[in-house]
Design a protein around this ligand. Structure first.
Ligand code: UD1
Ligand code: MG
Length: 448
C-alpha cells in the first residue's frame, strides 16, 4: 500500500514529573530516545516529511531529531495550538498527516498504517486511534454514532457529562488528518473549555460541523502507553525489551533466558547465535551467525564475527571488532581494537587501540598500556604471534608476525617477525635460605 503521509510529532513538554534536566522525550527506551522511536516508527511507513514541535530552549532535542525540521511552541496553549506551531510545514501538503506524541514510544508501524488506511479508505477528515482502558479517567472519550460507528466527537475528561464519562472507548492521542483541510479545521478550534486550551480533539466536532466524516479504530492498550514518570519509563522499557527479545528469537537467535538479556533497539543478532543468561547489548552491536555470547557479557558499539566465542564475563567496548572464530574469554576487555579471524584473548586482559593479527594468541593477564595520561597509542600484533602471560605492551608497540613474547615481559617499540623477545629480571636462588629465615624469626618473636 502506498500512502502519502506526513507526520507531526508533539515534543514540547518538559515532563516535570521526570524530575530531570533532560526534556522528557530524550529519555531512552532500549538505548534510544523516545522521540527517535516515534520518528523511526513513522519512517517505516515511508513518511515523506516529519516535523517535530519542540518547546523553548531544547537544543539537545533539536539535535537528536536532526535533520527533521523542528518548530517551536513558545506557550503551551494546548495540543491543537502545538500542531499549529508547525503550520508553515503543514501548508500545501496532500494525503495524510499523522499526529503523534513523542512520549508514546510503543505504537507499532502496523497500527499506524491501519489508522492511515482507515482515514484514507473512508476519505474521512479525521481518523482517531482509540483504546479501551480499565480506567478511562483522564482520557478523551470517543463518542460514536451507534448505527455505523462513525466518530461524532471527542469529549475531554474534564468536559464530560455523566453519560459521556461512562464511555470506555478513549482517545490514545494518535490522530490522522486529511492534509488538505487540516489547517482550516485546526484554526476553527477555540479554547472555550474547562482548561482554556486549544484541544486538538475538538477537530472532530469542527469537521463534523462542516459536513465531513470522522472515524475511530481500536488498538490494544499496551501500545498506547504514554511516559510521564520514570516508573512509566521502566514499564515502557519492559514492554520494548520483550518485543526485541521475541524479534531476535523469531530471526533465529536462541536466548536461553530471554528475560535476563537486555537488547538495544538496533541490536542485530545473526542466525544460530546463542545468548546465555545475563547479557547486555548496548547500542550499535552486530553479531554474526553461529556465535556464542556467554553469560554476564556486556557489549556496546562493536562487531562480532561469525562463529566467535565471547565470554563469560567479557566486555566489548566501542570499536571492538571481533573476527570470525575469534575468542574473547572471561574478564577480558576489548576497546577500539580489531581481533582478526581466529585470534584468542582468553583470560583477564585489556586490549585497547590495537590490532591482533589472525590466529595470534594473547596470554592471560596481557595488558596493552595504551594511554600515557595524555595520548592514546596503538599496539600492533602480527598474525600468529604469541604473547606470554602477564605481559605489558607499552604502546606504541609493533610485534611482528609469528613473534613470541616471553611471559611477564614489558615490551616497547618493535619486535621482528618470528623473534623471541622477553624482559625478565635475572633469577636468584639461595639454597636453604627460607628455612634459616623461619628459624631466626621464631627465635626472635617466640611464635611457633
Ligand atoms: C490528550 C488528549 C486526550 C487523550 C490523551 C491521551 C487533547 C486535548 N487531549 O490529553 O483526548 O485521551 O492525550 O494520552 O489532545 N503538548 C504540547 N503542547 C501543548 C499541550 C500538549 O506539545 O500545548 C504535548 C504534551 O507534551 C504531550 C501531548 O501533547 O506529549 C498531550 O498533551 P497532554 O497535556 O498530556 O494531553 P492530555 O490531557 O493527556
Ligand atoms: Mg497526557
Amino acid at each position: 500500500m502506498s500512502l502519502e503521509l506526513s507526520v507531526v510529532v508533539l515534543a514540547a513538554g518538559m515532563g516535570t514529573r521526570m524530575k530531570s534536566a533532560l526534556p522528557k522525550v530524550m529519555h531512552k527506551v532500549a538505548g534510544k530516545p523516545m522521540v527517535n522511536h516515534v520518528i523511526d516508527t513513522a519512517a517505516k511507513l515511508n513518511a515523506g516529511k516529519t516535523m517535530i514541535v519542540v518547546g523553548p530552549d531544547m537544543p539537545k532535542l533539536v539535535e537528536a531529531v536532526s535533520p527533521h525540521p523542528t518548530f517551536e511552541q513558545t506557550d503551551r496553549l494546548g495540543t491543537a495550538h502545538a500542531v499549529l506551531a508547525a503550520k508553515e510545514g503543514l501548508s500545501g501538503l496532500s494525503g495524510n498527516v499523522l499526529v503523534l506524541y513523542a512520549d508514546s514510544p510503543l505504537f507499532t508501524a502496523e497500527t499506524l498504517e491501519r489508522l492511515v488506511a482507515a482515514r484514507e479508505s473512508g476519505d474521512h477528515a479525521v481518523a482517531v486511534l482509540g483504546f479501551r482502558p480499565d480506567d478511562p479517567t483522564g482520557y478523551g472519550r470517543l463518542v460514536t454514532d451507534g448505527a455505523d460507528g462513525e466518530l461524532v466527537a471527542i469529549v475531554e475528561d474534564k468536559e464530560c457529562n455523566a453519560q459521556q464519562r461512562d464511555i470506555d472507548f478513549c482517545n490514545s492521542g494518535v490522530m490522522c488528518f486529511r492534509a488538505k483541510d487540516m489547517i482550516a479545521t485546526l484554526e476553527a478550534i477555540d479554547n472555550a473549555n474547562a482548561k482554556g486550551e486549544y484541544y486538538l480533539t475538538d477537530a472532530v466536532a469542527v469537521a463534523r460541523a462542516k459536513g465531513h466524516s470522522c472515524a475511530a479504530i481500536e488498538v490494544d492498550e499496551e501500545e498506547t502507553l504514554g511516559v510521564n514518570s520514570r516508573v512509566q519509563l521502566a514499564v515502557a522499557e519492559a514492554i520494548m525489551q520483550d518485543r526485541l527479545r521475541d524479534a531476535a528469537m523469531v530471526d533465529g537467535a536462541t536466548l536461553i533466558d530471554p528475560a535476563s538479556v537486555f537488547l538495544s533497539s538496533d541490536t542485530k543478532l545473526g542466525r544460530d547465535v546463542i545468548v546465555e543468561p545475563n547479557v547486555v547489548f548496548g547500542p550499535g552491536v552486530v553479531v554474526g551467525d553461529n556465535t556464542v555470547i556467554k553469560a554476564f557479557s556486556h557489549l556496546e558499539s562493536c562487531h562480532v564475527g561469525e562463529g566467535a566465542d565471547i565470554g563469560p564475563y567479557a566486555r566489548l567496548r566501542p570499536g571492538a571488532v571481533i573476527g570470525a572464530g575469534a575468542k574473547v574469554g572471561n574478564f577480558v576487555e576489548i576497546k577500539k581494537a580489531i581481533l582478526e579471524d581466529g585470534a584468542k584473548v582468553n583470560h583477564l586482559s585489556y586490549i585497547g587501540d590495537a590490532r591482533v593479527g589472525a590466529k595470534a594468541n594473547i596470554g592471560a593477564g596481557t595488558i596493552t598500556c595504551n594511554y600515557d595520561g595524555f595520548r592514546k597509542q596503538h599496539t600492533d600484533i602480527g598474525k600468529g604471534a604469541f604473547i606470554g602471560s602477564n605481559s605489558s605492551l607499552v604502546a606504541p608497540v609493533e610485534i611482528g608476525d609469528g613473534a613470541i613474547v616471553g611471559a611477564g615481559s614489558t615490551i616497547t617499540g618493535k619486535v621482528a617477525a618470528d623473534a623471541l623477545t622477553l624482559t625478565r629480571a635475572e633469577r636468584v636462588e639461595k639454597a636453604g635460605w627460607a628455612a634459616k629465615f623461619r628459624e631466626k624469626m621464631r627465635a626472635l618473636t617466640g611464635k611457633k
